[in-house]
Ligand binder design. Structure first.
Ligand SMILES: Nc1ncnc2c1ncn2[C@@H]1O[C@H](COP(=O)(O)OP(=O)(O)OP(=O)(O)O)[C@@H](O)[C@H]1O
Ligand SMILES: [Mg+2]
Length: 318
């Protein structure tokens, strides 16, 4: 793939044309800005972290059925995506109060929302990215009501997918910002997913693991970005579960009895009993290990086995 002219340079990325129709390269920079560009600096290695993290997260979202602009990682600091006609509305999903939302609602920092809150913002540097209502968006003609509904639904779906994903990596996803765009008339999730655009807190210590370390001069900024990437790169913490279901002792097992009779008539006189059950394999993802036993037992009780006439045994493999 050939990297062609620079189409756009933002604060965090440069977007280049390519020789592939409809495809662009995003080069992630180490530059960091905060408070509408009033605070500036660099975070060594941030470009690498954000490109690689975006690659991993967007691939994961695609696997879960979310349509994103992502095509592939090109180098340590570059990704290839579809070019989107970006919509000028940004969506923020909040699971916990932090920053401007804590102030706006008068909540203490880190208050958990009763349910995830979706907000719309105007992507406008001149105006300082103000928050918008649906009526404002209609007035400005930034997106149709249907497009807004679709973006909000995708944003909540992304939240449902990524909250357990980060939880499995010891991180609380407090909030995040998404940008969307159009390609062939359809809405795609665009831009990036990195510690620049979300708030992540260490699940054990509560330590801030995102761009707030830069905003608030908390130190160890480079190390924190690298640590988040390390956790995201960890192998999927998927669990393989084997379930053996067999008829309870003393319960009539017609299939077993039929097999016993047939085996004997074939000359296998040494067989004294046959029980026929089933063997089920499940894969689980994004579940806390303490909850696995209880959840799988519930699956057996409610669907996979008939607890009145069947016994089951659950084996968990890492
Ligand atoms: N698939 C895509 N196609 C076209 N443009 C995209 C795509 N994904 C993201 N963009 C846009 O590319 C730019 C990325 O640059 P960057 O993140 O540095 O911008 P920014 O400085 O944060 O924001 P701004 O848009 O205000 O400059 C953003 O304007 C973003 O909306
Ligand atoms: Mg940006």
């Amino acid at each position: 793939m050939e990297k062609k002219e620079l189409i756009y340079e933002g604060k965090a990325k440069m977007v280049f044309a390519t020789d592939e129709p409809g495809q662009v390269i995003h080069e992630f920079k180490d530059d960091a800005t905060a408070f509408d560009g009033k605070k500036r600096g660099t975070i060594a290695g941030k470009g690498r972290t954000n490109a690689q993290m975006s690659d991993i997260i967007f691939r994961y979202l695609e696997k879960k059925g979310v349509h994103t602009h992502h095509i592939r990682l090109l180098s340590d600091t570059e990704i290839v995506t579809w070019w989107l006609e970006m919509l000028k509305v940004e969506l923020i999903v909040r699971n916990y109060a932090a920053g401007s939302l804590a102030k706006r609602l008068g909540y203490a920092e880190r208050t958990q929302m009763k349910s995830p809150v979706v907000e719309f913002y105007y992507k406008s540097d001149e105006l300082g990215d103000p928050m918008l209502s649906r009526q404002h968006i209609r007035e400005l003609g930034l997106a149709s009501d249907e497009q807004l509904d679709e973006m909000a639904a995708i944003a909540l779906r992304v939240n449902d997918i990524l909250t357990p994903y980060f939880e499995a990596r010891g991180l609380v996803l407090a909030d995040f910002k998404l940008e969307f765009g159009l390609r062939e008339g359809r809405i795609y999730l665009g831009d990036e997913f990195s510690p620049d655009i979300c708030r992540l807190w260490d699940a054990g210590t509560g330590e801030i693991m995102d761009k707030d370390r830069f905003r608030q001069d908390l130190g160890r900024v480079e190390e924190t970005y690298a640590e988040v990437l390390r956790r995201v790169k960890e192998e999927e913490t998927g669990l393989r579960i084997s379930i053996y279901v067999s008829p309870k002792k003393g319960v009539l097992d017609p299939a077993g009895q039929a097999a016993l009779g047939a085996l004997k008539s074939l000359g296998f006189g040494e067989v004294s009993d046959v029980q026929i059950g089933k063997y089920i394999i499940l894969r689980l993802e994004g579940i806390e290990s303490e909850k696995v036993g209880e959840r799988v037992e519930e699956m057996c009780e409610r669907l996979l086995a008939n607890p009145i006439i069947e016994d089951y045994r659950i084996d968990v493999e890492e």
